[in-house]
Design a protein. Structure first.
Length: 126
């Protein structure tokens, strides 16, 4: 059975993914380079992601340490995303395929890293 905290995490992730993919696609349609578009989408999704998960999913725990840890996760997930977008662009000519493939990978990685490292003290509640 899925924990309520994970359900909230997934809901926040869906919101962030819509922002991320939506901005990326708008920029791609505007003829912006795929990597630049993916990066802009990633950053927009990231800002909403931190605010949502810090305040909603993990009960308002925000401080300098959680932000630094979150940014380490962001770098890791960004590299995973760009690698998959680049591979999809190279192999299929469709960068969105790589972006879509990256979403569940970074979601699962993000939940466990958040729960076990970033927000460790507050994640023991659920």
């Amino acid at each position: 059975m899925m924990s309520s905290r994970f359900a909230v995490y997934v809901a926040g992730g869906v919101l962030c993914a819509c922002i991320d993919i939506g901005l990326m696609q708008l920029l791609v349609l505007a003829k912006v380079d795929a990597i630049v578009a993916a990066s802009a989408g990633f950053v927009a999704g990231l800002l909403v992601n931190y605010a949502f998960h810090a305040k909603v999913t993990f009960n308002g725990v925000t401080n300098f340490n959680t932000f630094v840890r979150f940014m380490c996760l962001v770098v890791m997930n960004y590299l995973i995303t760009i690698m998959l977008v680049s591979m999809a662009q190279h192999l299929t000519g469709i960068p969105l395929l790589g972006k879509l493939l990256s979403l569940p990978v970074v979601a699962v990685n993000g939940f466990f890293v958040s729960k076990l490292w970033i927000y460790k003290a507050s994640s023991r509640q659920g």
